[in-house]
Design a protein around this ligand. Structure first.
Ligand SMILES: *Cc1c(COP(=O)(O)O)cnc(C)c1O
Length: 227
C-alpha cells in the first residue's frame, strides 16, 4: 500500500510541477513518519524516500537509534527548549524555530557536538489561534539576525502551516505570504533557499506557490493511529 501511495503522490507532484514549470529536483518530499512503526518507515525507505519528518522529540531520538540508512531526519514540530537535547544529534533539519531562546539552545547544543545545524523559522501566516510561529516582521527580522550571529546555526528558510480550511484562497494566501516574506528577507542580504510548506491536503497549492519542502504524512502512510 505504501509504495502505491508514494507512487500516486509522486505522480501528483510531477503533474503539478509540469503545469507550473517547476523542476521536481528542487523539491524535497519529506515523509512525515510520526506515529508510524519502524516496519512502515523501513518500507517507505526501501521505496527510495530520502527525507523523514517527526514532530515529537523523544520519538525522533528513539527512532533515529533503530532506523538507519542513507536519508535525512527533519524535526518539524514545535520544539520546547528543554527537549533540544533529544533531537540535536539526529535532526539534519529543524523546521520550527520561533524564539531566540530556542535558537540559542539549539546553537549551544550544536556547538557542543561540533555541528552546524540547519534551521528554518516557523512563521504564522494565518489568524488561527492554535498555531505557533512568528507573527510581526519586527520579530522575524530580529530572529533572522540572531540566527545569523549564531556560529552553529545555518538559517536556510521559512516554514508555515496553512490554516485548517477547505477554502483554497485562504490556504494560497498563507503560502504566498511565506514566499513574499522570504523574498523580502533576501532583499536584505540573506540567501534563504527553502520554503517548507504543503501537507497532504494542500501540497499542490504549496508547489504552485514555490514550496521546496513538502511535509506529507497521511497521503503516504494512511490515516494516523494515535494510541
Ligand atoms: C503531521 C504533520 C504534517 C503532515 O500532515 P498530513 O496531513 O498527514 O500530511 C506536516 N507538518 C507538520 C508540522 C505535522 O505535524
Amino acid at each position: 500500500m505504501i509504495s502505491e501511495n508514494l507512487k500516486k503522490v509522486e505522480e501528483e507532484i510531477a503533474e503539478t510541477c509540469l503545469k507550473t514549470s517547476r523542476n521536481r529536483s528542487e523539491i524535497k518530499l519529506i515523509a512525515v513518519s510520526k506515529t508510524q512503526s519502524a516496519g512502515a518507515i523501513n518500507q517507505i525507505l526501501e521505496c527510495g524516500i530520502k527525507n523523514l519528518g517527526e514532530n515529537k522529540a523523544q520519538e525522533l531520538r528513539d527512532k533515529s537509534e533503530i532506523i538507519l540508512g542513507d536519508f535525512f531526519w527533519h524535526f518539524i514540530g514545535h520544539l520546547q527548549t528543554n527537549k533540544v537535547k533529544y533531537v540535536i544529534k539526529a535532526a539534519d533539519f529543524i523546521h520550527a524555530v520561533d524564539s531566540e531562546k530556542l535558537a540559542s539552545e539549539i546553537n549551544a547544543r550544536a556547538a557542543q557536538i561540533n555541528k552546524i545545524q540547519n534551521v528554518l523559522l516557523e512563521i504564522k501566516t494565518s489568524a488561527e489561534e492554535s498555531k505557533h510561529g512568528l507573527r510581526t516582521e519586527d520579530e522575524i527580522y530580529k530572529l533572522v539576525e540572531h540566527c545569523n550571529n549564531s556560529s552553529n546555526l545555518k538559517l536556510i528558510g521559512l516554514m508555515t502551516m496553512a490554516p485548517f480550511t477547505d477554502d483554497e484562497k485562504i490556504i494560497r494566501q498563507s503560502f504566498v505570504s511565506l514566499r513574499l516574506l522570504k523574498e523580502k528577507i533576501n532583499q536584505r542580504g540573506m540567501h534563504l533557499t527553502e520554503l517548507s510548506m504543503g501537507m497532504t491536503n494542500d501540497f499542490k497549492i504549496a508547489i504552485q506557490e514555490g514550496s521546496t519542502m513538502l511535509r506529507i504524512g497521511t497521503a503516504l502512510f494512511g490515516e494516523r493511529n494515535y494510541k
